[in-house]
Design a protein around this ligand. Structure first.
Ligand SMILES: NC(=O)c1ccc[n+]([C@@H]2O[C@H](COP(=O)([O-])OP(=O)(O)OC[C@H]3O[C@@H](n4cnc5c(N)ncnc54)[C@H](OP(=O)(O)O)[C@@H]3O)[C@@H](O)[C@H]2O)c1
Length: 239
């Protein structure tokens, strides 16, 4: 593979201010792409094949505005990574309606809004790659993950339907489902202090997920990597 397999390509990554999204954005940039990063806490600006836009992916008008700017100023992206997400562990009786709604909004509505805005452009052009960051929680039930599992199983459902609907269009779709990854997402849970949780030192690194995304988006156009599951080599059942 060439050193810059994505040279001349445009990529967009949501939730790219830290954690997995930032590592994916860095990986795509190192592979030669111009990378648009979306998140609420980014300072807006553009330099050296990087464009940062402030965007709350749960806000339909904000997503429309951000995607509109990308289309007008940079063009139709070649790779879009729906990564922004939120996570907490609470049993159903402790989960408030607001917490449930918020989780669905970030993890499911956000990817829907981004895909809805860009898929028609992919189809019209006959190329494009939509990567969805799912989770082991999109196919394994973990106690106390009611809201998160609902959002991630839903995301898997949306990915599968899009895969069907886009199968004759030239547009590729990939679901990347990692087990526990050592990112700021775990700060509030503090898994190292709790029995039964995979310790942070044993977790995957954000760069491992970025490598999986890079693998999927650098295959020959005839290859659609439909799904990648990653787990730490040594892990406990609790994730
Ligand atoms: N860490 C894990 O163990 C793990 C395992 C499997 C899957 N995942 C998935 O991987 C993805 C990234 O997780 P992570 O571990 O990197 O989490 P993280 O470190 O907490 O980062 C989350 C990212 O999402 C962004 N974000 C959150 N709410 C947003 C909103 N409303 N609008 C726009 N951006 C928003 C955050 O940016 P701002 O705060 O700046 O908006 C941040 O960049 C998530 O979908 C998560 O479910 C994580």
């Amino acid at each position: 593979m060439s050193a810059a397999p994505l040279s001349g390509r445009l990529a967009l990554v949501t939730g790219a201010s830290r954690g997995i999204g930032r590592a994916v954005a860095d990986g795509l940039h190192a592979a030669g792409a111009h990378v648009v990063r979306l998140a609420r806490s980014l300072q807006e600006g553009s330099a050296d094949r990087r464009t940062d836009l402030r965007c709350d992916v749960t806000d339909p008008r904000a997503v429309e505005r951000a995607i509109g700017r990308v289309l007008t100023e940079l063009g139709v992206p070649d790779v879009v990574v729906n990564n922004a997400g939120t996570f907490f562990i609470k049993r159903i009786e402790e989960t408030t309606p607001d917490e449930f709604e918020r989780t669905i909004a970030v993890n499911l509505m956000g990817p829907f809004l981004v895909a809805r805005a860009l898929v028609p452009h992919f189809v019209q052009r006959g190329t494009g790659h939509l990567v969805t960051i799912g989770s082991v929680s999109d196919h394994v039930a973990y106690s106390g993950s009611t809201a998160y599992a609902a959002s991630k199983y839903g995301l898997r459902g949306m990915h599968e339907v899009l895969r069907q609907d886009l199968s004759r269009t030239g547009v590729r779709t990939t679901l990347v489902s990692p087990g526990p990854v050592d990112t700021p997402m775990w700060d509030a849970v503090d898994p190292d202090s709790k029995p039964g949780f995979t310790k942070r030192s044993a977790m995957l690194q954000a760069e491992d997920v970025a490598a999986a995304v890079l693998y999927a988006v650098t295959q020959a156009p005839r290859v659609d990597v439909t799904e990648i599951r990653l787990m730490p080599t040594v892990y406990t059942a609790r994730g």
